[in-house]
Design a protein around this ligand. Structure first.
Ligand SMILES: Nc1ncnc2c1ncn2[C@@H]1O[C@H](COP(=O)(O)OP(=O)(O)OP(=O)(O)O)[C@@H](O)[C@H]1O
Ligand SMILES: [Mg+2]
Length: 356
């Protein structure tokens, strides 16, 4: 649990990201967002689908899919202004200082490489170890994320692992370069509840042991209650409320947060669950419904946002590696660096998911 004396690890100030919608018209999807994550702290970013959680994360690491763009704001990590960095500087930060965990492990894992190779490559790219030493370190990481037979699993391909094991492998990939901050975007939503609990436990344990800060993106208040110190509630691109977990659950201040809590099963036995209109609920003519207006404090044009398909096609590393079919290399577009620092399929995969 964070104490007031803990240093700030990540500071996000007035971040604003837009997508163009017609000539000369930009629609904000991350709108004046500010928050801090302390050293060793877990901040949960919650909000309904489409509220801008993923794009907030992508804006922090400057991986917003085109034609979206970050137009304002400042992001500092351990006091260092990331917004002042050029692309090469940002590549050094992604994966090395900031690790990413996604809902879908295949967004980060390459199906054509063994798990061990991908970890060792990331470790080497960030200059932490090379060759056999990087391979040993990869196995240690798989052990740290509690994979049952790490040496064997290092030699396996992603499809040979179960969903929960793949999620652990992705956590290992996110942590192998010893980042100080991990951004986990719906890391457990695709898993069944037992595995979900194990993964949350693992993340909590690693956070304590490695003094990690965690930005945990979720729409699941059960996950928030279990894993977070503080919560920031996002609605229509904005942070509408921020509080320590206990206070948020006991005395939610914002109407949207109250609605979110009221929509939880089991909170009021015998009563029907409340449904929330959300920012997408509006009249045919585009005017927000009154409840939406009350919750956000201001009507905005949100439903007219289009999902724009990412321009990039799937990119895959093109260097030779064990176990990779040769004949497909010529068809591939050039490699691109992903969040981990490896050349991955990650960027298009994020783009494909970004519409939520
Ligand atoms: N490529 C895109 N082009 C235009 N709008 C986009 C694009 N990607 C996302 N958006 C819009 O940005 C808003 C925020 O999307 P985002 O993916 O951040 O939501 P989210 O809170 O992560 O949702 P979910 O819980 O479903 O993952 C949504 O309204 C979405 O339609
Ligand atoms: Mg999302």
């Amino acid at each position: 649990m964070k104490s007031p004396s803990d240093p700030v690890r990540l500071r996000v100030e007035r971040l604003r990201t837009v997508f163009p919608e017609g000539p000369g018209h930009d629609v904000p999807v991350v709108d004046d967002v500010s928050f801090d994550v302390g050293a060793g702290e877990t901040l949960a970013l919650v909000g309904e689908s489409g509220s801008g959680k993923t794009l907030t994360a992508l804006s922090i690491v400057r991986l917003v899919p085109a034609p979206g763009r970050v137009v304002a704001g400042r992001v500092t990590l351990d006091g260092r202004d990331l917004t002042a960095l050029d692309e090469a500087g940002m590549r050094a930060v992604r994966g090395r200082r900031i690790g990413f965990v996604f809902q879908e492990p295949m967004a980060a894992l390459d199906p054509l490489y063994t798990i061990g190779f991908q970890l060792a490559e990331t470790i080497a790219v960030h200059g932490l170890a090379r060759g056999a030493a990087a391979g040993r370190r990869a196995v240690e990481m798989l052990e740290a994320v509690r994979l049952p037979d790490p040496a064997r699993q290092a030699r396996e391909y992603p499809h040979q692992l179960s969903g929960g094991q793949r999620q652990r492998a992705m956590i290992a990939l996110a942590l192998c370069a010893e980042p100080s901050l991990v951004i986990a975007d719906e890391p457990t939503s695709a898993l069944d509840v037992t595995v979900q609990a194990e993964i949350l436990d693992l993340l909590g344990d690693l956070r304590r042991r490695l003094q990690l800060s965690l930005l945990l993106i979720t729409h699941d208040l059960g996950v928030v209650a279990e894993a977070a110190d503080r919560v920031a509630v996002m609605y229509a691109g904005r942070i509408v409320e921020e509080a320590p977990v206990a206070r948020l659950f006991a005395a939610p201040a914002h109407p949207y947060t109250r609605g979110l809590l009221a929509s939880l099963p089991g909170t009021r036995p015998g009563r029907r669950l409340d449904a929330m209109p959300g920012p997408g609920a509006r009249s045919r003519r585009g005017a927000p419904r009154p409840s939406t207006r009350a919750a956000s404090g201001r009507p905005r044009s949100l439903t007219s946002r289009r999902i724009i398909a990412p321009a990039a096609s799937c990119t895959i590393p093109n260097d030779a590696s064990p176990g990779r079919p040769r004949d497909s290399a010529a068809r591939r577009p050039p490699p691109r660096q992903g969040v981990s620092g490896r050349r991955t399929r990650l960027v298009p995969a994020i783009g494909a998911r970004a519409g939520g």
